[in-house]
Design a protein around this ligand. Sequence first.
Ligand SMILES: [Zn+2]
Length: 243
Amino acid sequence: MSKSKLLILGGIILAILIIVALIFFAQQKSKTNSLPVVKNLKPHVYKDSAADISRISLKVFYVVPANQTAESDWQENIRITLSQIIRFHNVQFHNSSSIHASLYQSPVILEHDDSFYDTNNTANGNPEGLRNIVPELEKRYAGFLQTDGTDYQVVAIVYEGVGASGSNGAMILSYSYLSKPEYKLDGASIFYHEFAHTIGIPDRFNFSDNAALSDDIMGSGRYKPLASQYLGPDILAELGIGK
Ligand SMILES: [Zn+2]
């Protein structure tokens, strides 16, 4: 073999070695850069995998019956509570579901007195108030209630009256839970408890004697500070989170 042929062969071998080395180092680099595989969570309404809740549009109203007076600090107290429940929700859902809250900018003065909305069924959290007020809001604030078609829609009524109740898509909570000193520790927990009903999560206590069936926020935890609270693993499983 001539000297020039030897040089060409040597050059080719060297080039191949360099290419192999480059591929090897590129593979090592991509290994160290790759993150652990994150499970693709698809959060949904409790026991309803077809109802996506990865984006929740939460429309909040401060609602005052005609015979009551709006408090001056409603906006600040509602905003503080909303930021707490949004943070709690993100943690529980591992950031796979987000709440996009908007608070209507002025108090809603209802057309009737509280006796019209509350009726006599306030024992179980004033579900009548919820059923009576929502249609009035839908009629008067259709524009504000409009959202992107893909969002899961929830209406939250913070009520200058009695009650704490929630069902699919709507909740009502007495403003006293956000303003009175005796609810300073657990007011946000009670708000999230009612919100949890809007995505289908059931209670974990007996209505007859109030005995808790779980320690989490759907049971006895609803009366504890939100920072200490959680959604139980069995509940998360029915929401498409966890195992
Ligand atoms: Zn409940």
